[in-house]
Design a protein around this ligand. Structure first.
Ligand code: FE2
Length: 362
């Protein structure tokens, strides 16, 4: 691994633009067990925008909604539906990071500025990436308050389900644009391409896609980027691009150390998951060998398993959690494996195609 030309400490938060932040925060608290920890809105003096901050271990989510018609955020939400607008990075030096990124060709979204209140200061800037997605660059070393100035502490307890962090976040980009964005992450943020999947790896009878996994210099942030490939029918990436209205975040993978517990809770709380046929579990022992978990339990929950040279991983995918077939979540439990479940792609895509067929979008 070469010199890290754009040091990122990690993902600070993931911001969603939504129509109704109160209801989104309620959904994420009730289903995924996030604690609501911070709030900004009319009661705190914010006249135009409301935000809820939710946390579980190392995952911080922010749900932002416009309070008035004509707000620039309202236009984006009307176009895309609820969506991930910002994957914010924590950095040592916001001004330097912004300067480096823009000098290397990134388009700025917000210039570096300071937000300040009685609890201290935050330095923040943002750059544009694919579609309407941005990466904020944040340093909160000199801030002791809740999230950011203007926010107030607002606690609603969620019943946690063992989510520990963000494993990766995946972007869907337009046909022919994957390598453009791969180069963008290489040139501007010093990421490296750690894995590549072509249409031979990821194809079923009907649909195909290509994917490259980009990793930050220190390996803490992983962003696979997908583009559609030619197939007999419309791929899930084409479906996303059509309903989303362009490139955007497709899924966020959340880490757990106990996927059986996490998925049992999510299913109890009504989160819908993709399913695979029973034959998948009949073939599983032959494919992955010895694992700690009981295959019968995994099959009841629909959890998938894959093995690579370093170990194995367990994973499962929700159905889209928005009205449009756009954003979904992955739950991943790594037991040594650093890969992304290539052995599950076929079963998964066939499952997605069954869902697409029901939606009439295959
Ligand atoms: Fe994933």
């Amino acid at each position: 691994m070469g010199v890290d030309t754009f040091p990122i400490r990690g993902i600070d938060h993931i911001r969603h633009y939504v129509n109704n932040a109160r209801q989104s925060s309620f959904f994420y608290r009730e289903t995924m067990g996030f604690n609501v920890v911070g709030y900004r809105g009319l009661e705190t003096g914010s006249q135009d925008q409301v935000d809820y901050v939710l946390e579980q271990e190392d995952v911080r989510l922010v749900f932002s909604a416009p309070l008035r018609p004509g707000h620039p955020m309202a236009e984006k939400i009307a176009y895309h539906g609820d969506f991930v607008q910002d994957i914010a990075f924590e950095v040592d030096d916001v001004d330097l990071a912004y300067k480096l990124a823009t000098e290397r060709g990134a388009k700025g979204w917000q210039e570096p500025h300071t937000l300040e209140d009685d609890h201290g200061k935050i330095r923040i800037a943002s750059i544009c990436t694919y579609g309407d997605t941005v990466h904020s660059l944040i340093n909160r070393d000199n801030y002791k308050g809740t999230f950011m100035p203007e926010f107030r502490e607002h606690f609603e307890q969620g019943v946690g389900i063992g989510i520990k962090g963000v494993d990766h976040a995946v972007g869907n980009v337009e046909l022919g644009k994957m390598n453009v964005w791969v180069k963008w992450y290489e040139d501007i943020l010093g990421f490296t391409n750690m894995l590549t999947f072509d249409d031979k790896d990821i194809s079923t009878e009907y649909t195909a896609l290509m994917s490259k996994v980009m990793s930050s210099g220190n390996g803490r942030v992983k962003f696979p980027i997908n583009e559609p490939a030619a197939g007999l029918k419309k791929s899930q990436i084409d479906e996303y691009l059509e309903f989303f209205g362009g490139a955007g975040v497709q899924h966020v993978a959340l880490i757990t150390d106990d996927i059986i517990h996490t998925v049992t809770e999510l299913q109890k709380r009504g989160v819908p998951f993709l399913t695979v046929p029973m034959t998948y579990y009949e073939e599983l022992p032959g494919r992955v060998g010895e694992i700690d978990e009981d295959i019968e339990v995994l099959s009841k929950l629909g959890i998938l398993v894959d093995r690579d040279d370093e170990g194995y991983l367990l994973q499962i995918f929700t159905k889209p959690i928005t009205d449009r077939p756009t954003l979904f979540y992955e739950i991943i439990n790594r037991k040594g494996a650093k890969s992304f479940g290539k052995g599950n792609f076929k079963a998964l895509f066939e499952s997605i195609e069954r869902e697409q067929a029901i939606r009439g979008t295959l």
